[in-house]
Ligand binder design. Sequence first.
Ligand code: NAP
Length: 293
Amino acid sequence: MKKVGFIGLGLMGAPMAANVARAGYPLTVYNRTPSKAEALVALGVRAVESPRLVAEASDVVITMLSDARAVKEGAFGEEGLVRGAHPGLVVINMSTISPEETRQIADQFATYQISMLDAPVMGSIGPATSGTLEILVGGDETVFQENKELLATMGKNTYYLGPQGTGAQLKLSMNLIVAAELMCLSEAMVMAAKAGLDLSQVGQIISASNIASNLIARKINNIINADFQPAFSLKNMQKDTSLILQSANSLGVALPAVSVIHALFTAAKERGYGEQDSSAIYCVLAELAGLSC
Ligand code: NAP
């Protein structure tokens, strides 16, 4: 079996790496905060002190980091994975970054004879844990075919979309829908709360109705229970609405709703909700309405 490396053991990376290990791949991992590797070490995974050491031990390295800055640091920094890479190494970036940054990073990898796949995911901690993510892949189709089996340990569906950056492009379109759903749900719930309706009952009725998506049915409980423990952090959603607007600008596409949604996520982050779940956007609207959250 291919020797696999995994860099970034956050909310998503840790359960994804665990699925790779359970499938039997020899796995070497690195995380900036070493304690997050402990549960994997208990599964027989080897934890090392740098991305360079991950690359030295691996045929394929998966990155699941917050943003492009972290991906570039992990790739090209002083102890970055290119320092330990051998020609033919494959890097699969599953972090959400922009299509433009994806292409730049892939071009830079190519100078080290490293191939990259662009493979962001849809689905949160639940699907990451059960290995049922949707994986959106761009890059060389042969490299994709060679790594399809590995990706299948983390995802129920893996879609090949085309050249480098196409996975990232679709990811942004899909997260635009997620951001808009969260915003609409929060506005609807604030209006109901201000009118004095019983939010538990409102939640049950909305969840049972034909307007409920899987996402709404889950996030409505966060609002009702005022429990914003992160599954997808608000700061990462704010990062994504920013990437959506950047991409729309470079494509010459007007996305008026996203401009407003991004402004609200930015305000929420500034008010200290960044580490909470993205559904905590509700709290900012509640505060504006004079309600507690
Ligand atoms: P997370 O829990 O915040 O984890 C982020 C990871 O990146 C951690 O391992 C963190 O290390 C590492 N990191 C951040 N900045 C770094 C830096 N400068 N240098 C080195 N390591 C750094 O985020 P997540 O929820 O797992 O998300 C990871 C990616 O997947 C993001 O791009 C996110 O947008 C995307 N995504 C998330 C979800 C979701 O539902 N959560 C769903 C789909 C896609 P430390 O542990 O040391 O902080």
